[in-house]
Structure formats: C-alpha cells, structure tokens
Design a protein around this ligand. Structure first.
Ligand code: SF4
Length: 483
C-alpha cells in the first residue's frame, strides 16, 4: 500500500473442471494482492488454447462475455505487477504461442536472472521477441527444442533458465506446473473434486472451496492430463531458498506458505519482537494492514492493549489522481487517518512489518504525534532491508533503501520516533520456521543464493539496483526483466 517491496505476480491453474475459466477468475481475485497491473486467463478445451488479457484489476479485466469465450476444462491465470519499463498489454500474461510442439500458454512468478543473456543469444540466432518480459525467453527455448514430446521440450527449456520461477503452463490437453530448484516463490497444489488446482497461495483454494494437497516441491515439474497427475524431478537438487519476505509481507495472512500459516508466523514475529525490543508503553497500534498480525503478537506478549489507532481507507486504488500541488498536503492522510481518542496522551508502540525508504513511516509517525501521542516507539517485525531483490520482487535500488545507507540512530531521527527497533535476523528465522529450513534472506544480508549476471547489458534491472557495484549502467537498452 505504501513504501513497500512489491510482489510481482500471482499464478493459478486448474485442470479437469467444466468451469475452469470461471475458477481461474475467482482464483485470480484471491491473488490480486500479488499484482494489480494486468490480469489474464488462457483456457484449453482439448483442441485449442484461447486467451484473454487486459490491463487493470481482475474485476475490470473480465466480464461474463469474455469468460464465456474461454471454454474448456483446463485454464491458467496470472496477475502481474511490472517494475522497470512501461506497463503494457504485450507484457501481460499468460503469454501464448504456437510452434512446432503446438500451442502453449505460460504464466510466471519470479525472475530469471539469466534472461538477458539467453535473450541476446536467441536474438543473435534469429528469434524475434514480442515482449520485454523475461518470461518470453522460456517460450523461445521451448519452440526451438528438438525434444520429441511437448513435456520433454518444457523440461529442456526450463532447465536452461536460472533464478526464481514458479510456472504454470497450458497446452491443449495438459496443465504443467514447475518450481525452480531453490523454490524461491511459493506454489501449491489443491483438489476440487476430481479437478487439480495449482496456485501461488492457498487463499485461492479457500475461495473456490478446494482443499490443499501439498506444495509443488522445489525443482519439481508436475504434469496434469487426462491420465492423472505425474511428477518429475529433472533438475539437480539445490539448497532451498524460500523467500522469507513472503512470510514477512507479501502473502495474505490467510494463506499457508512453505508449509506454515502466514498469520501464525507474523504473530510469532510480533511476539519475538516484544521479547527482543520491549518498551514501556500504553498501547500497541498497527500500521494497517501490514502491521496487524505482528501487533497482535506484540500485544499478547507484553500484555499491552492493541488498538486500531490508524484507520485505512480501503478505496484508494493505484489510480488515485494527485490533486493540484497547492492542496497536495493530504499526503498519507488520503490512505490513513489517526484515531485521536486512542492516541491522545498515550505512549504508542507503532508496529509495521518493514521500512523500505522510510518516507511513509516518517509521515505516519508525524501523524500519530499530531493526533496527540505522547511518545511513538516504532517496532519493525523484520531486520533492516539493506539489499535489493533479484528474484521476482520489485525493490528500489540499494541507495534508496534507508537501512542500507543510514544507522539505526539516523533512521530513528529521520522518522521522528522516540525509539526504533527491528527484529533480529535470528529472531526472524526462528519465527518463520522453528525447523530452520533454508530461506532466502538476501534483502537483509546482501548474500545472494543464485549468482546474477554482472553484465548490465544483459540485466538492466541489476544495474539500476546495485549502483554501488562496478556494473555499467549507461547505454543500457530498455528491457524489462520481471515476470
Ligand atoms: S531477496 Fe528478499 S524479497 Fe527477494 S527472494 Fe530473497 S528474501 Fe525474498
């Protein structure tokens, strides 16, 4: 909503249901938080794959007439948020092509770190790209594959990409799901009667009345056809690197991600934060909606009351038109309003999940103080974010991350808070997974589990994000490298 990392995509697939496209539509509704710039559905009736994509929210992208054209018992869908470059319909997913292997539609959540390199090679070999999306590379590799079956061609093409990918693909007669060997982004399998469902998050299963079966495992390719569900693991195993930020912020709290309830994890993070960084106060106030679960945990642990001292306007969309400069002082008040009766005269613990640039947090602290709070103690339920993400999440460049360039004291002074504390990395890991499986924590550590190219021409986004390295950033052709 505010100054946050942004998830870039959500994917959904269904096989074996007479209302496949309608289920995909509902599934995308549940995944809308993962991308709001475009939405698309492809459906297959055993003979043809048909596609409908639009810019905007799911609710605006489809109507009964468009959904009725998407006949068949299998469908895939996608919601997208783009990063660099313009947001345009050609980049909306699913992408659909027809080649020697037949038709295939593809949806991707993640980011292919070697897409630039592969794209250059493919262009040199004669490929003509239709989009500026990294995802299209997979389709070109697929089309060029000499494998004798569509399935083998899919495996052969994804074996050549590195980085983060949770994919759903649709041919006229089968649904294929694949997750990269590190398992960066989530991907779950569900059942609705005989139908198989694939989804980025389990909240989509709840909406359509499906039951969760299991996650698509890292490095697994799942093929669903009239013959049933088949699983192959064609890639060499890799150390898991589940995106810890899914639990911190991206996923909906009513989802299960990487095997754990997001709500439970976030509440635990609040409890751990209270143990690590308790403070004398009167009331715990979450920054809605991102700070709510952690605030519940913090309040439970400390015995302090939790009150909704900030009210969010849920009807301010991405299309909000900034008024004239002269009355722009609305600032963050368009989205949040303080509740004076809760805040006045109180020592407030203000809870949020993360601080990215710090600009919005500063406005909120001021707003809470202006509403009469005696003290404002900012508590953040994750460690300082010091490094950008290259695995499918939109983050600012490193120099814009306040914690990358400022000390804790400096950030506290900038925010105007009476105290500031973040949850430690140790605390975050303990809260997210007591079994201590392996998570990607690169945005807190700057240690990246999958190497990315150092060639700015191959990876413009990288050059934008890590200007402190010796990556060249000039004369870079415009290219978008997100899903
Ligand atoms: S760098 Fe951060 S946001 Fe990106 S995958 Fe890793 S944990 Fe997630």
């Amino acid at each position: 909503m505010f100054d946050k990392f942004r998830e870039e995509c959500g994917v959904f697939g269904v096989f074996g249901h007479h209302e496949a496209a309608n289920l995909a539509y509902l599934g995308l509704y549940a995944l809308q938080h993962r991308g709001q710039e475009s939405a698309g559905i492809a459906a297959a009736d055993g003979g043809r794959v048909r596609l409908s994509r639009q810019m905007g929210y799911v609710a605006d992208a489809f109507n009964e007439a468009t959904l009725s054209t998407l006949s068949g018992r299998a469908a895939i869908g996608h919601v997208r948020y783009s990063t660099a470059g313009e947001s345009r319909l050609q980049n909306a997913q699913p992408l659909l092509i027809e080649c020697a292997h037949g038709q295939i539609a593809l949806c991707h959540n993640g980011n292919l770190v070697n897409a630039g390199e592969l794209r250059s090679q493919l262009v040199r070999d004669g490929s003509i790209f239709q989009t500026t999306s990294d995802t299209e590379v997979v389709l070109h590799l697929y089309a060029r594959s000499r494998a004798t079956s569509a399935e083998d061609a899919i495996v052969e093409s994804i074996a050549q990409v590195t980085g983060a990918f949770s994919l759903v693909m649709l041919t006229p007669d089968r649904l294929v799901a694949a997750r990269d060997p590190h398992g960066f982004r989530p991907l779950a399998i569900g059942r609705l009667g005989e139908a198989v469902i694939i989804t980025s998050e389990t909240c989509a299963l709840d909406l359509i009345g499906a039951t969760y079966v299991r996650d698509v495992e890292p490095g697994e390719v799942v093929v669903v056809s009239a013959a049933g569900l088949r699983s192959v693991k064609p890639f060499p195993p890799a150390t898991p690197a589940y995106c810890i930020f899914e639990h911190v912020y991206f996923a909906r709290p009513d989802s299960y991600v990487f095997g754990r309830s997001v709500n439970e994890v976030r509440t635990d993070l609040g409890r751990l934060l209270a143990r690590e960084a308790g403070v004398e106060a009167d009331v715990v106030v979450p920054i809605p909606d991102s700070g709510v679960c952690a605030a519940v945990g913090y309040a439970e642990e400390t015995g302090l009351p939790m009150r909704f001292g900030l009210i969010r306007n849920h009807y301010v969309g991405r299309t909000f038109i900034q008024p004239q400069q002269s009355i722009r002082h609305f600032g963050v008040k368009v989205k949040l309003n303080p509740v004076r009766s809760i805040l006045e005269g109180q020592r407030v613990v203000l809870l949020d999940d993360s601080i990215v640039r710090g600009t919005t947090s500063r406005k909120i602290v001021r707003m809470v103080k202006a509403a009469g709070a005696r003290e404002v103690h900012m508590r953040i339920s994750c460690p300082p974010t010091i490094s950008p993400c290259f695995y499918g999440v939109d983050t600012p460049r490193r120099s814009e991350l306040i914690a990358a360039t400022h000390t804790l004291d400096e950030i506290q002074r900038y925010l105007g808070a009476d105290s500031l504390a973040y949850l430690s990395l140790e605390g975050l890991l303990a809260g997210v997974d007591p079994d201590r499986r392996s998570y990607c924590t690169s945005c807190y550590t700057g240690q990246y589990p999958v190497e990315f190219p150092r060639d700015a021409h191959a990876y413009m986004q990288l050059a934008l994000k890590l200007e402190s390295t010796n990556v060249r950033s000039s004369s870079v052709p415009e290219a978008e490298v997100t899903s």
